[in-house]
Design a protein around this ligand. Structure first.
Ligand code: ZN
Length: 585
């Protein structure tokens, strides 16, 4: 077929009759805006021709006339500004080409298994990868040694990408093994799956960076880590210290068992994390107990106070505590004692109300025990989460294009064995259908639950959380069971799918000005009545010493199990694990 014939199928004959092909092209380049409708129709026609394989690899399914038209004409029309669909195909290819890097990152961070504020190896490793890829990294932001802000590009828009990096105490577990088998007994591990999210955003950012260079797209990419998310202890500081001031939108990613995004008020709670410390007087516990004042008594009385108060709170609250200092030995009346509370509720006002009750109870406990309340230290905080609808809708379109990974029989066998081990009634394995796009959870239907300090960022800039399928559904959370899949093909495939969706959504954010405009309009509406105010006080500082002692106890032993990709293809190979290992030997 001749070019003229093809062109005449789409464009008026009057243009063709008076212009050469080059003339036509420059005509359209000059007056492209006028032909938005024509190109829109073309884009829609051709987009329907692009089928997605279940693995998320795009293929041209059949070449017919419309596809030919697309291939020949559109590149001319969009010589300076290719359509986002073409860029999304590139993004997907570029993520696929990084699947080895994704696997290595997921496995490496799994093997570090570091707890919040002590993510030293994890941060150094990630910063190394980012610097190798041309990102400028500012280390130690907000006075947090393991935090950073990585930046690439220039000017607006500024899109930030974040994901958590910390582990869970006592969740050390051999990956791919469907029963309790710690790598090191009692050690921390990735019993939440925070080892996978940075691979998702780093691969997506590298893909987008290359596209921006090739296509001369302006803008800035930022990458930051969710340090100590389990302690909800850093993101409010990033916000307070202005690290999101120039950011136009934020994509956050979190491990899950499906590929999903939500918008509006999310389920779950916000929280305030507070440690109360009391001081009394030591004395011989047997010889002269009447001369002592027990700080531990104050802690116990405080807990009793709260456990009675619970009855009179509205249902969505969650309150839990641990005693961080209960004295030294029984024969010495404890001079010092501390108790650490998480106070969770649906919104800022109710969380602060719990804080007021808590302070009253603490003072009452001090009075009853004759001790002094010497400190009320805020260790962390999280606003309830609220996600941006326009970005979530754009992301969900990309989720449908990418689809869930193709699970093989080994993946399903592991998932089912783990669900059985967890004592679940329903043994469903891994999902094969996408979740729907879910909207706001009204406070009437929100029965409370977990928290994430991404909430603070979601009230500062338009934000969404992409959940990606690297874990097994139906598990208790914060448990060794949740670590089993996290350095296996399930985690690797889930992270690749997540990276594709993230990269495609970056294409949307950098090329579709209407999307950012809509996102900002939505955000303005979101913050019209509810104004963000930090729960951390001006004098509060990140509790960077937390988990130091635990890591000091285990690190030397854990080092022996760090993943070495120069010797082993995967971490499973290094540990000599047959995938999956199901029956106890
Ligand atoms: Zn988490």
């Amino acid at each position: 077929m001749q070019k003229g014939v093809i062109l005449s199928l789409v464009f008026p004959a009057s243009i063709l009759s008076t212009q050469t092909l080059d003339g036509v092209v420059s005509y359209f380049l000059l007056f492209r805006a006028k032909f938005d409708k024509v190109t829109m129709v073309l884009r829609i026609l051709t987009y329907n021709e692009i089928k997605t394989k279940r693995e998320g690899i795009f293929v041209m399914n059949k070449i017919n006339l419309k596809s030919l038209l697309y291939l020949i004409i559109v590149p001319f029309l969009f010589a300076e500004n290719p359509p986002s669909e073409k860029l999304k195909l590139m993004a997907v290819e570029k993520v696929d080409s990084q699947s080895k890097l994704i696997q290595e990152m997921v496995d490496m961070i799994f093997s570090f298994g570091e707890l919040g504020f002590q993510e030293i190896e994890t941060s150094n490793y990630l910063i190394g990868i980012l610097e190798q890829n041309g990102f400028k990294v500012t280390r130690g932001i907000s006075g947090i040694p393991t935090a950073w802000m990585a930046e690439w590009g220039k000017g607006k828009p500024v899109i930030a990408l974040g994901s958590d990096i910390d582990g869970i105490p006592k969740s050390s577990q051999m990956p791919g093994v469907a029963y309790h088998k710690p790598i090191i007994k009692g050690a921390p591990g990735h019993g939440e799956g925070h080892n996978s999210g940075q691979a998702v955003i780093v691969a997506a950012a590298i893909a987008m960076k290359e596209i921006m260079i090739n296509e001369k797209i302006k803008g800035t990419l930022k990458i930051w880590p969710g340090v100590a998310e389990e302690l909800v202890a850093t993101k409010a500081y990033f916000v307070r210290d202005g690290y999101f001031k120039d950011v136009d939108a934020c994509i956050f990613t979190h491990v899950s068992s499906n590929l999903a995004v939500t918008h509006g008020q999310a389920g779950g709670n916000g929280l305030l994390s507070v440690e109360y410390s009391f001081e009394g007087k030591t004395a011989h516990s047997a010889g002269s107990p009447w001369r002592g004042k027990s700080a531990l008594d104050a802690v116990e009385l405080m807990n009793i106070g709260w456990n009675f108060r619970r009855e009179h709170l509205r249902p969505p609250y969650r309150i839990h505590y641990i005693i961080t200092d209960g004295g030294d030995q029984p024969n010495v009346v404890p001079r010092n004692a501390s108790v650490w509370y998480y106070l969770r509720e649906l919104d800022y006002e109710h969380i602060m109300e719990l804080f007021d009750y808590s302070n009253d109870i603490a003072e009452g406990a001090a009075k009853m025990s004759g001790t002094e309340l010497i400190s009320t230290r805020i260790l962390g905080s999280a606003w309830p989460r609220y996600f941006n609808e326009p970005i979530a809708r754009a992301m969900y379109t990309n989720i449908k294009e990418v689809g869930l990974p193709v699970w093989d029989k080994n993946d399903q066998a592991l998932a089912k064995a783990v669900q059985k081990e967890a004592g679940n009634k329903e043994i469903k394995g891994l999902p094969t259908e996408l979740d729907s796009l879910r909207g706001p959870v009204s406070s009437k239907n929100n029965w409370g639950g977990g928290s994430d300090d991404i909430g603070d960022i979601s009230w500062t800039v338009p934000t969404v959380t992409l959940r990606f399928p690297s874990n097994i559904p139906g598990l208790p959370g914060h448990n060794w069971l949740n670590g089993i899949s996290m350095a296996t093909p399930i985690a690797h495939k889930g992270a690749v799918a997540g990276a594709k969706v993230t990269a495609m959504t970056l294409v949307d954010l950098f090329t579709d000005k209407g999307l950012l405009k809509d996102a900002k309009k939505y955000f303005k509406n979101q913050t019209k009545e509810t104004k963000y105010q930090p729960m951390i006080r001006k004098t509060d500082k990140p509790a960077i010493e937390l988990n130091e002692e635990i890591m000091r106890n285990y690190r030397d032993e854990m080092k022996k199990y760090y993943y070495d990709p120069s010797k082993y293809d995967t971490y499973l190979d290094q540990l000599g694990i047959t995938y999956p290992t199901i029956k106890k030997k």
